[in-house]
Design a protein around this ligand. Sequence first.
Ligand SMILES: Nc1ncnc2c1ncn2[C@@H]1O[C@H](COP(=O)(O)OP(=O)(O)O)[C@@H](O)[C@H]1O
Ligand SMILES: [Mg+2]
Length: 650
Amino acid sequence: MQFHEDEERYASFDWQIFKRLLRYARPFWKYLFLAFLILLFITVLDLLPPYVSKIIIDQHLVLNNREYNGKKIISFEGEYYLIEPQKVNKGYEVFEEDGKVILKNLNGEEYLLTEKLDNETLNEIRRNDIKKIIVFSLALIGILIASFFLNYSQIFLLNLAGQKIIHNIRVELFSHILKLDLKFFESNPVGRLVTRVNNDTQNLNEMYTSVIVSVVKDVFTFVGICLVMFLLDRKLALVSYATIPFIIVSVALFRIFQRRIYRMVRTRLARINAYISERISGIKIIHLFMQHKRTKKEFDEINKSYYDALIKRVVVFGLFRPLIDLIYFLGLSLLIWYGGRDIIRGQMDFGILYAFTSYLGMLFGPIRDFSEKFDIMQSAMASAEKIFKILDTKPKVKNETKVSPFKAEGELKFENVWFAYNDEEWVLKNVSFEVKKGEKVAIVGPTGAGKTSIIKLLTRFYDPQKGRILIDGVDIKDISLEELRKHIGVVSQDVFLFSGTVKENIKLNEDIPDEVIYEAARRTWVADFIKKLPRGFEEPVMERGAILSAGQRQLIALARVMAFDPKIVVLDEATANIDSETENLILKAMERVMEGRTTIIIAHRLSTIKNADKIIVIINGKVVEVGTHEELFAKNGVYKELYTIQFQLN
Ligand SMILES: Nc1ncnc2c1ncn2[C@@H]1O[C@H](COP(=O)(O)OP(=O)(O)O)[C@@H](O)[C@H]1O
Ligand SMILES: [Mg+2]
């Protein structure tokens, strides 16, 4: 099965793209700067609670090893002894021998512990401790509250900036898409462009608001924690750092697998999207040709392959967190092992170990979320790349204004025009013809001869590769697209109606007064059926004009042109797909629209062609015969042949 899929480069990180994204953030640098500043405070606040806890534990909770009146408190079997700090040295053990309590320090020196802490002093110390603990607990609450408000303002600022940035990008993208020419839309299905404007910009928003900032925050926190650890206790710091290489290896491995699976998931998702939108667009054919079973079977297959990719993703993503947790618990065990030993030896205070375990947890927090952030980053990069690709697409048809203002009389000339949609597959070959002011010219030829292509060149949806097209002697390339199109009114086979009222659909140019609209509607017999609508001109037209028949839509298109009042009118198979009842009405309306205007009419109804001032016969992109009906008929050439095959049948 072949689908139109999005191709992606899947670069996980691209500096060029990133720099360009930052450029969009520049106008909002004040918000971002403030957010970063707040972030700095938040990071510091985040680092505080374990440190405060450490102080509470070591200085107000645990009595052992604490300083009191210049002496050190040593606890042993429920009793508290005082001793000069220098005797304790860097570590010690306490034991009882013959009813005497002895402290032996690391140098092997032994001291008798004689001075006990009496109950009254003990009670006083404890009373004081409780007061301090209350103070510190209040401080902790204060920190948390401050942190809450700072976090909230930071999140708010960032999202505000993010939404502003995205708003700009969305507007720029959509208005850029509007300016692109048909060539672009041929290779970009509607669904894809909708995704670009909506989902892809949303992906960028997530990157601005959650990734960039959290990466900065994570780096701040990481460095901060490493620093605090180092200052608190070097040995335990080194023990904690020992987990870092494991983290790096896990993350690197994860990245490799993640990227591969990301690509797989995205490709298959794109395929499933393309399939769904294509089949739903063709739902009529599916119904008519009873394709339900086959469609379901195909969908099952595509869906299954998407499912498989998602399961693989679960395998890899599911592994990452537990792996990081494993490393965390390894680090925690090491900390408890080393720290616990030193605490028992009197070489370390318990509060330090407590602080370290907290900090280690904080160190691993951001890494645990790494997989999600990486995913966001990757899809943001992919989205950015696709958005920029559109923004970098320049319209092929250059909009230049060499002749302005341009007042057309309606004289038309094709001069040796060569045109191909792709490379050198010529659709029009050396086409030359002339239409005088107010003349009616019919172009006839078999399907695929290039008739519609001539119109597309005239309205400059495309430019010819060779030759010139002139209106009143001016090359249409020298006129701005706005001025050119102001002079040409086109009614084609399928009329597109926008959602809105009937009136809005006739009045495509806001400058046209309502009276002109009503008059145009009246003159093209549109008003006749509009009157029968419940709300008349204010009747809402459903999307694509589903409530109106093909003929009615055709009439609305004629009224549009009438109200627009161009010098040149093009009717491209305007009566195809029309029931014969409405046809007469349309033919009459067409006559009205043609009055006093230069007209090119592409039709296969004899009556419209017969009355033309000139008939141009095109076959295979070449003009083969030119003349009036009588002349060409008498010539016994291609026209007569076409006429007998095609028109006789109608
Ligand atoms: N957008 C396009 N891209 C490539 N080829 C096209 C495109 N539109 C039309 N063609 C080709 O150009 C030729 C002329 O098409 P067209 O001008 O629509 O013919 P006609 O209107 O006479 O039926 C056909 O062979 C058609 O397949
Ligand atoms: Mg055509």
